[in-house]
Design a protein around this ligand. Sequence first.
Ligand code: SF4
Ligand code: SF4
Length: 405
Amino acid sequence: MTLRGEGKEALRKVLKEIGFDEVRFAELDPPIANRLSEWVEKGYHADMDWLARSVEKRIDPNRVMESAHSIIMLGTNYWPSDPAAGAQSRWAKYSLYRDYHDTIIRGLKKAGSILEAHLGLTESDYRYYVDTGPVMERGWAAASGMGWQGKNGMLISKRHGNWLFLSAILLKARIEKDPPLRKGSADQSNSPELGAHCGKCTRCINVCPTEAIVEPGIVDSRRCISYQTIENKGVIPRWIRPGIGRRIYGCDICLDVCPWNRFAKSGRHLLLESRYGITDLTLLDVLTMKIDSFREIFRKSPIKRLKLRGLLRNGCVVAGNLNSDSEWRQNLSPDWRTPVRDALLDLVAHEEAAVPPHAIWALYRLFGSSIREDVKPLIEESGNELAIDEFSWWERQSKEEPECP
Ligand code: SF4
Ligand code: SF4
């Protein structure tokens, strides 16, 4: 039996009442078209091997849950209610909430109970994920008509722009699918055209500072600031650091520019807990942070995944870009150079191997080779090979490009 008509709408209504702003249904057959294998073959997943290992499952939801027929796609609007938090660009907007995995899962648990009551299912008849399983959430959200996959690779909603957390419930019951968004010849397959409502717009592609959107909808993670500042646990390639600019955690550049965001409004946030206070941190707060403060400030925040070493590493990169960036400088004192220099010199001697090379990079960017005599003994004492490598690179640079007398 297939749930349709009034029964389907009643289910949609009750799922919205528990906090989901978008509730859409899709059928799992036929599978959605995708280029995941090609994406992995080209190495665009960088070192996210867990993605490469789960390609087969991601392509075929029945490998995730046998006999699943339908998928419920749920969207939670996270556009911030504080305009200042929405306007800042230092922290990815999604990170200004308590970790959404922890809060949205509460809604999914309630949704499970609702499915049991409405459809007579048992716990083994459905499985839910919030960005935690091998499910292609964006593709299925597009198939369900929640929006379409934009040229930035994200799910774009006509009502919410780029700002939806996506979660999914696979289930063995059959629910009549919602139509994908119509465009021109009304594509009703499970694979609506990529960029269906982007038209001739290419803003997201043009604006990416590291040219990570290598073709419409395809992002090379190795070039992407989100990957480099969050997923990469080691050294950030030198060439990409200037493009990171002021971004200490994640990147919303290609999301922010999308014209469809003009319809975005702050929502009910029933499944979210805001942590906008994080935006009050100054760069000096970041560069001098110690483990106790890190644990307290980022408790229950997705940023805790970075660990202190990742935060300090990213802080160094942002510090190295201060000369060309006024946003972080605004909340530093006019004589910011001295305390930033001292903080960076402390980080040259940091015990976590990946932090010092970025501190050295920032010092040379801010102070040129005049910093050499301060940095050299610290490196010699630490013996950190990554730091030695960074220092040697700057030594070579200064020989190749002698300073003006
Ligand atoms: S998130 Fe940033 S770096 Fe990544 S593709 Fe978008 S604009 Fe480029
Ligand atoms: S910025 Fe333009 S091209 Fe990119 S996703 Fe938005 S509408 Fe599409």
